[in-house]
Write a new protein. Structure first.
Ligand code: GDP
Length: 197
């Protein structure tokens, strides 16, 4: 798979608007502003793929990107937890995300993007537990690692890994930075494995 070949496919405001549930998909989730769009851009070497935004929480749609391999897709799930969104929007968000995660047969794995400076938020823990319960392989990207000294980043990684010890769904825990591109190759290798097997 060549991740550089990723192309925007479709935005799905509702589950009915998703592409056919065939082939293989890996979905990216994360708290708003965690760095999910930047991570997807780094992985696909496309600065404009997933729009990064200074207004967190803007994207409420599920966005699909096609890869060069037949029926392999990357999926950008709506960011969670923007303080200013209304109750209705939050309910809407939960409904869509929940529906997608529960119904999607072609989902091969989930990438959970977290800011290394704020690891394992309540939302993150909820996602980890959901993956564990549903036996869905999980990759955690602890991103913005460039914001910490290497020693600090390393310590945080150890802390995260300790907290997640009991979770068998966690297949990869990657120190990541969209700025320095740290972890990009490791992440691509894991995605390839999920999408091809
Ligand atoms: P999203 O809401 O999760 O999609 O987050 P974005 O990708 O839009 O990133 C949120 C903010 O963090 C933006 O200002 C990015 O430039 C910044 N950011 C994202 N990833 C990194 C990173 O790896 N290093 C640094 N230094 N900043 C980052």
């Amino acid at each position: 798979i060549s991740f550089n070949s990723a192309r925007f496919l479709i935005s799905a405001p509702r589950l009915e608007d998703c592409p056919p549930d065939t082939g293989a998909e890996v979905a990216f989730a994360g708290r708003s502003n965690a760095g999910k769009s930047s991570a997807m851009n780094a992985i696909t070497a496309n600065g404009k793929l997933a729009r990064t935004s200074k207004t967190p929480g803007r994207t409420r749609l599920i966005n699909f990107f096609s890869l060069n391999r037949e029926n392999a897709r990357l999926v950008d799930l709506p960011g969670y937890g923007y303080a200013k969104v209304s109750r209705d929007m939050k309910d809407d968000w939960q409904k869509h995300l929940g529906q997608y995660l529960n119904d999607r047969q072609c989902l091969r794995g989930l990438v959970l993007v977290m800011d290394i400076r704020h690891p394992l938020t309540e939302f993150d823990q909820m996602m980890v537990e959901w993956c564990e319960h549903n036996k869905l392989p999980l990759m955690i990207l602890a991103t913005k690692a460039d914001k910490l000294k290497f020693g600090q980043a390393k310590t945080t990684m150890l802390e995260i890994s300790k907290k997640l010890q009991e979770f068998t769904c966690v297949e990869h825990l990657v120190m990541f930075s969209s700025t320095s591109k740290r972890g990009v190759d490791e992440c691509r290798a894991a995605l390839t494995d999920w999408l091809e097997n």
